[in-house]
Design a protein around this ligand. Structure first.
Ligand SMILES: [Zn+2]
Length: 418
């Protein structure tokens, strides 16, 4: 069999494996959240705060859609015309067009063009966040954050670019196999190191101080049977007034993080409801599920790219000889941008189901649906969310059930529908 046939078989196997992981590890049945309860929940929220959240989301919308469109157009312009390969050639010129210089510097240059074009839109978004009082950052701090983001992106980008084009350079027929394995390993590795190497670049994390709240949270974790060494507090207030909490990492790097803003704004019982939700993620190993789906998806994407490489029309548009040469990096990013358009809603769907399961876990663990509902209402209002957003946007972008869905799920739970 040829390398192409092996790649096609591997792709099919990876797609089946991804589907199997999704089937086995993603909860496909959502908890009941009747629309009547959702509307009653919406009614219970202060009308002026709901209106302000809607106004804020409406103000953000043009910047959001425009940056999506601009990102896509730039990726397509660079990737599906000779522009991208030209930039890579120019950047590699001082190095006599050495493939490694083209791969690393040329690749980073292409990524950087996209980031520079997106910068004014990100700044526009920041002016809106400031106008509505959600951001606590001045322009200096915002710029530092942008630069830190570039630095982290450059390091991860360099690893991906050098790794990928080294493999394509030395294994011209079988690069897809090495590339697929490398993409999967890198995805898993990033999940482990992200909380200890990347998150501290942007925030300071301190263990929750000894005291009644910590004791209660640790007792709840113990009751839940989830081994938690610590609850960490992130200094999110240096950036935002929004409140949040999350779980990240795997195995030895797993941690539950709460924003300092949450501790300031929410009464202890609501913080407990938030942490109960995060314990649900820990207990169901949701980070592992995401990592497995990501690793399999990344490996499948490399196989698909290899097969796509025989589409000569595409190569001609980008004026490259092969999809595996460094001059094709913009073409690869254009393909990734188009794939991302389709992957986004699928990811959001999976995420919503996983989040609904963590909510259900929190309801069972705390046994206090009224408190849970109050917490969801507060989260939505403090974060200037739209508690009952447009269903199309929710379908496309919603990583969590809507606030009124989460509140309605609490009401259904209280009635014994679970
Ligand atoms: Zn969650």
């Amino acid at each position: 069999m040829t390398s192409r046939q092996w790649a096609a078989i591997t792709l099919v196997v990876l797609v089946i494996a991804t589907a199997a992981v999704a089937l086995l590890r993603v909860p496909w049945v959502a908890p009941p959240a009747p629309r009547a309860d959702q509307l009653a929940a919406l009614e219970s929220l202060p009308a002026d705060a709901v209106a302000k959240g809607r106004e804020f989301r409406g103000a953000l919308r043009p910047a959001m859609y425009l940056s999506m469109a601009v990102g896509l157009v730039v990726a397509l312009l660079l990737g599906l015309t000779p522009a991208g390969s030209w930039i890579v050639e120019q950047v590699g010129r001082p190095f006599n067009g050495h493939w490694l210089a083209r791969a690393l510097l040329g690749g980073l240059a292409i990524v950087f063009v996209g980031e520079v074009v997106a910068l004014p839109l990100a700044a526009w978004r920041h002016t809106i966040l400031k106008r509505y009082g959600l951001s606590t950052q001045d322009w200096g701090a915002w710029t530092v954050d942008v630069l830190k983001g570039y630095a982290v992106g450059a390091v991860i980008g360099a690893i991906v670019l050098v790794g990928f084009f080294t493999v394509t350079h030395f294994a011209q027929r079988w690069w897809w196999a090495w590339g697929a394995a490398g993409a999967a390993v890198l995805t898993i590795l990033l999940t482990f190191v992200f909380p200890v190497l990347v998150e501290p670049v942007f925030n300071k994390f301190t263990p929750m101080p000894e005291g009644e709240q910590r004791t209660r949270l640790m007792a709840m974790a113990a009751r839940d049977g989830v081994p938690v060494r610590d609850v960490l507090i992130a200094d999110a207030s240096r950036r935002t007034r929004a409140v949040n909490a999350y779980v990240s990492g795997l195995g030895p790097t797993r941690r539950i993080v709460v924003y300092d803003t949450l501790l300031e704004q929410a009464p202890p019982a609501e913080v407990e409801a938030v942490v109960a939700h995060e314990l649900g993620h820990a207990k169901d190993n949701d980070v592992l599920t995401g990592t497995l789906l990501g690793a399999l998806g990344a490996a499948a994407a490399v196989c698909a790219l290899y097969l796509l490489g025989s589409w000569t029309g595409l190569l001609r548009l980008a004026r490259v000889d092969s999809i595996a040469e460094p001059r094709a990096v913009a073409l690869l990013l254009a393909v990734a941008a188009v794939a991302g358009l389709f992957a986004g809603p699928a990811q959001a769907f999976v995420s919503r189901r996983i989040e609904a399961r963590a909510d259900r876990h929190a309801l069972r663990l705390t046994g206090d649906p009224a408190r849970f509902e109050a917490m969801q209402g507060r989260l939505s209002l403090v974060n200037l969310g739209d508690p009952d957003p447009n269903p199309v946007e929710q379908f496309l972008f919603g990583s969590h059930p809507t606030a009124v869905e989460r509140m309605a799920a609490a009401r259904a739970f209280a009635r014994g529908e679970r």
